[in-house]
Write a protein that binds this ligand. Structure first.
Ligand code: G6P
Length: 367
């Protein structure tokens, strides 16, 4: 096993570093002559135009990809999207309208609740598209069509590269659906496709600056409570950042939609509490900053995460992490990288078993 780590101290760090390649491997075979081609969907143009709703279902980090997927698919393809945890979906007697496409996301393809949700959707007569990493897994076999993520084997319990490739799969679907349904114009489409090709290199740039995250991780390794806040896609990123941190560092952390803070959570903010403010969406930037002002004035330490150029973050944050600029829909692929590194280095600083956190399994095959 040590050899397979190829010199990295942990599988998680190795897998974090494999992300530029994993994302490129997932995207590039599906771009042909500047167009997104997803033959594996087995859907005609007519099929794509007929979709009236998308229901996304998953567990864990894959569920967080669904949360990103809601914002991305609704905005890029203009199709309404519902998202459910698989464990809820399977028992809530879901009512799905005609022409609802069900998308199940799973790294392992073996998660019991996700498989049961897939079966429930099929029983109700809906077509199921699975986004899966493990070839030939149960979910891949039972779905009507499969879009494989090409992340390669993931060993660390805390997912990193599978999550990133699932996001890439969502961008491809959103672009294909949006273009086919003629809600993305040709000019924007070309711009988005070109930017997809640049994501791996931008992820690499963040990895090349890891020392700063390591320094911040050492600073915050004794935190007791950490709150991640964001709006829109930044809220979805916050959920994944919070999960990464709590699962491998055992620090209590929660993700909140920033605008919801006032409805209860702000009472938990006091001196020394760390608030990580994710702010990559231009239209929501000012609102997020005012939420950060509110927590700061109640004693929180603020770590801001934003895009290069948004230097106004430094007026309010104690520390700021910058990631490269990209299309608004794709920022999640970049903003998640420092959050993975932060969780990783905090776990290392606390001397914990990074790859095998207590009580957790890589694949939850029982209910
Ligand atoms: C476990 C893993 C998570 C994963 C979740 C769903 O909890 O630790 O990393 O996101 O299961 O797994 P799946 O294989 O369905 O993506």
């Amino acid at each position: 096993k040590a050899a397979e780590k190829e010199g990295f101290e942990h599988f998680m760090l190795k897998e974090i570093y494999e992300q530029p390649k994993a994302v490129a491997d997932t995207i590039s075979p599906r771009i042909k002559d500047g167009n997104v081609v997803l033959d594996e969907l087995e859907m005609t143009e007519e099929d794509i135009k007929k979709i009236s709703r998308i229901q996304m279902v998953a567990c864990g980090s894959a569920y967080h990809v669904c949360m990103c997927g809601k914002y991305i698919l609704e905005q890029m393809a203009k199709i309404p999207v519902d998202v459910d945890l698989a464990s809820e979906f399977r028992y809530r007697q879901p009512i799905l309208g005609d022409n609802t496409l069900v998308i199940v996301i799973s790294q392992s393809g073996e998660t019991a609740d996700s498989l049961a949700a897939l079966r429930e959707a099929k029983k109700l007569g809906h077509k199921v598209l699975a986004i899966v990493n493990v070839v030939g897994s149960s979910i891949a076999r039972e779905a009507d069509s499969v879009l494989y993520t090409w992340a390669g084997p993931e060993i660390s319990v805390a997912t990193t590269k599978a999550y990133s490739t699932q996001l890439a799969a969502i961008y491809l679907i959103a672009l294909l659906f949006g273009r086919t349904r003629e809600v993305i114009n040709q000019e924007d489409y070309k711009k988005y496709v070109a930017e997809l090709g640049r994501l791996p290199e931008k992820i690499q740039r963040i990895l090349d600056e890891k020392e700063r995250i390591q320094w911040l991780a050492n600073k915050f390794s004794h935190a007791k409570d950490v709150f991640f806040i964001g709006r829109g896609l930044d809220y979805a990123i916050s959920m994944e950042g919070s999960l990464k941190l709590k699962e491998i560092s055992y620090i209590h952390s929660e993700a909140y939609a920033a605008g919801e803070l006032k409805h209860g959570t702000i009472s938990l903010i006091e001196n020394g509490v760390l608030v990580i403010g994710v702010a990559t969406q231009p239209e929501l930037f000012e609102k997020e900053i005012s939420n950060l002002v509110e927590v700061r004035s109640r004693g929180a330490s603020v770590l801001g995460l934003t895009l290069y150029g948004n230097y106004a973050m430094e007026d309010i944050a104690d520390f700021t992490i910058y990631v490269p600029k990209t299309e608004d829909y794709f920022t999640t692929s970049l903003a998640v990288i420092p959050l993975q590194l932060l969780a990783y280095y905090i776990s290392v600083a606390r001397g914990l078993d990074v790859d095998k956190p207590r009580n957790l399994a890589k694949s939850v095959t029982v209910e």
